[in-house]
Design a protein around this ligand. Structure first.
Ligand SMILES: Nc1nc2c(c(=O)[nH]1)N[C@@H](CN(C=O)c1ccc(C(=O)N[C@@H](CCC(=O)O)C(=O)O)cc1)CN2
Ligand SMILES: NCC(=O)N[C@@H]1O[C@H](COP(=O)([O-])[O-])[C@@H](O)[C@H]1O
Length: 215
């Protein structure tokens, strides 16, 4: 998998974006963060990206009459900049099959739950409502069905008595910041790849507790 020029798509503050940018600064990181795109012009992450010296553009989904026309604008911006891999990082728009089809296998997302539990939004509230004792986050390839793509990596956290939606979100977010750069590196180094709709791992790598790691 070539990850020469990576784009990060955001909708908000961009803390996962910052984690990816910082990780990609490492001399041995197998790819460059070349572009940040947001569907919201007021996304705080746009300024954080610019402060890091990365081109950051807002393509406001409200300026387009259809999802498809919005996504055509996204796709044009990505292709004009020779982007070859996409990381969704708090990007809060459901993508149509058209866009996913153009980028399938070259687009991942971080989701704040242990998929397949709690697909969609408000995951921490739902986790508390269901009374789960273990929660976490997932990096997965993006497919047309929401949050249903092949899983690359997961990290788990305990749910402790007295947890609120906010306290749980903070605990999960700390793991997201560690997991996403590791998952992206695994893909870009060819240690995790899509094969027939499943993620296959290089020799010696497999699911092992919270993180994919060598046996
Ligand atoms: N086709 C896919 N698109 C997206 C996926 C995916 O797996 N397949 N992942 C999401 C990210 N996501 C959860 O991880 C998610 C994002 C947005 C929504 C949602 O309901 N969005 C609403 C608008 C919400 C808003 O603007 O605040 C919508 O699009 O109408 C659910 C889950 C990214 N896209
Ligand atoms: N369904 C997508 C979703 O809920 N993504 C979540 O949005 C937050 C964005 O924070 P950030 O902008 O600080 O990275 C993160 O917790 C991410 O997992």
């Amino acid at each position: 998998m070539t990850c020469r020029r990576i784009a990060i798509l955001i909708s908000g503050r961009g803390s996962n974006m910052v984690s990816l940018i910082e990780a990609a600064r490492g001399a041995d990181f197998p790819g460059e963060i070349a572009l940040v795109l947001s569907n919201r012009p007021d996304a705080g992450g746009l300024e954080r990206a610019r402060a890091a010296g990365i081109e950051a553009l807002a393509i406001d989904h409200k300026a387009y009459s259809t999802r498809e026309s919005f996504e055509q604008a996204l796709d044009a911006a990505l292709r004009e900049r020779a982007i070859d891999f996409i990381c969704l990082a708090g990007f809060m728009r459901v993508l149509t099959s058209w866009f996913v089809g153009r980028w399938e296998g070259r687009m991942i997302n971080i989701h704040p739950s242990l998929l397949p539990l709690f697909r969609g939004t408000h995951t921490h509230r739902r986790a508390l409502e269901e009374g789960v004792l273990v929660h976490g986050c997932t990096v997965h390839f993006v497919v047309p069905e929401l949050d249903a793509g092949p899983i690359v990596a997961q990290a788990a956290v305990p749910v402790v008595p007295g947890d609120t939606e906010d306290s749980l979100a903070v605990r999960v977010l700390a793991q997201e910041h560690l997991l996403y750069p590791q998952a992206l590196r695994m893909i870009c180094e060819g240690r995790a790849r899509l094969d027939g709709g499943r993620v296959v791992f290089a020799e010696g790598w497999s699911a092992d507790g919270a993180l994919r790691s060598p046996r």
